[in-house]
Design a protein around this ligand. Structure first.
Ligand code: ZN
Length: 243
């Protein structure tokens, strides 16, 4: 079973379309939250994910788009973009977001946005946090997003911290080998690892591997759309830097 793993699409349809084209034929698309927020086309992204039968979970931006108090924790630009998102999404988009759970199990994998412990908010950015969350997994494989960084955290008794960090550089294929892992495909619509291309990963459950990839897309077109929607300029310009 070959799965296209995506996260943090953030209303960026050209980035999502570039990823879906680059992924080619897959058996499933699993999305790890933050479908909306920041970008200019929440309805277009949700329609595409619906059309492609993507399954997944809710992120903190998705929860905020539905009216949740999460918006209070956003920085001023994220908040402005979220207010815009709230005012623009269709009833269909809202209903699709409402139906997303915070936790989901698919074929023995656990899907969350932030972490298994705190699915909406916790950032897995340190060995300690990774170790605590690896222990909470029901099975061997946890899938998450939220940090916008393509990485794997692997349980490893030989490391002092008990956890090994692998950066998901493009083209890297990692053998999972039955170990407990937390895997992050990186962000489709707003990468933050210094590479502006849209990030995704292919999880092959038969071969027990994950492979990270990048797909180039028309960033300027998205920036122009953000400008005409009146979204904050800083959110548009960061797309060029991938930061
Ligand atoms: Zn995000």
């Amino acid at each position: 079973m070959r799965i296209c793993l995506i996260s943090d699409v953030h209303s960026n349809l050209p980035a999502l379309d570039a990823v879906l084209a680059a992924a080619g034929a897959v058996d499933a698309i699993w999305q790890l939250g933050d479908v909306v927020g920041y970008g200019p086309d929440p309805d277009g992204v949700v329609a595409r994910l619906q059309e492609r039968g993507a399954v997944g979970v809710r992120g903190n931006h998705d929860a905020a788009a539905l009216g949740g108090s999460e918006i209070e924790w956003f920085n001023p630009d994220a908040r402005r973009a979220m207010e815009w998102t709230r005012s623009t999404i269709s009833d269909d988009t809202r209903a699709w977001l409402e139906a997303l759970p915070e936790h989901r199990s698919e074929t023995g994998c656990e899907l969350v946005h932030g972490s298994p412990r705190e699915p909406l908010w916790e950032y897995i950015t340190s060995p300690g946090v990774a170790r605590d969350n690896l222990k909470l997994l029901d099975g061997a494989v946890g899938l998450h997003g939220h940090t916008h960084m393509p990485v794997a955290w692997i349980e490893d008794a030989e490391h002092g911290t008990g956890v090994e960090l692998v950066r998901g550089r493009p083209g890297l294929r990692l053998e999972l080998g039955g170990r407990r892992v937390l895997l992050n495909p990186g962000s489709v619509g707003q990468p933050r690892d210094g590479d502006p291309d849209a990030a995704f990963a292919i999880l092959d459950l038969g071969a027990a591997t994950i492979e990270w990839h990048r797909a180039a897309y028309d960033i300027r077109a998205v920036q122009a759309e953000m400008k005409s929607a009146g979204l904050p300029g800083s959110l548009a310009s960061r797309l060029s830097a991938g930061l």
